[in-house]
Design a protein around this ligand. Sequence first.
Ligand code: MN
Length: 231
Amino acid sequence: MTNFVIAPPPQAAIAVSGDSKTFPVRRIWCVGRNYLEHVREMGNDERAPPFFFAKHADMIAPDGATIPYPPITKDFHHEVELVVALKSGGLHISAERALDCVWGYGCGIDLTRRDLQIASRKKEQPWEIGKSFDHSAPCGALAPAATIGHPTKGKIWLSVNGTQKQTGDLSEMIWNVPEIIAKLSMQVELASGDIIMTGTPAGVAALSPGDKIECGIDGIGTLKVTIGEPA
Ligand code: MN
């Protein structure tokens, strides 16, 4: 047994469909601006390549969670995304070998404090305040690639209180999954337990306490969360 001076924090994990075992999470990486229609709706440069930012592993929230409306924002947005879960990693992974690292896929939401994200962008400050906060990475049960393969197309959608808000198709991603893994592994060493949220299609919008969100990706999975009162 290792000696710690305080009790070690719990291991973050995501449920796996059809399995009582869970997927342990090491790091959460996110891709920014990976669908053209979302780049356009945000008024960003269509020619600029996607890029990466991070959330912390303990910001995962499970399917069915009630997520408290977060502090210090007045513009709290949903971004439905394909989640890629890695079983192995490395530095400088080629796109040709990248899918060998993938354990499975899921549907997640990159919850965003949009007002703070935009304010930090204008001030040339980091994005943490807009992207990295408690419960900001809800994720539905993962489906193993051994069962579903490696989907390259399929509808991705999100509704709020039964009204569809976001819709797109995985085939519209500017960087596909092998390219994302190859690019990200040029800047950090990836490892088993890492997950990547791969960017959101158009239709992002503000949420309020009481909102019921349902989202999914055809052939992969679904996720439901409710927005609660501020903590
Ligand atoms: Mn996003």
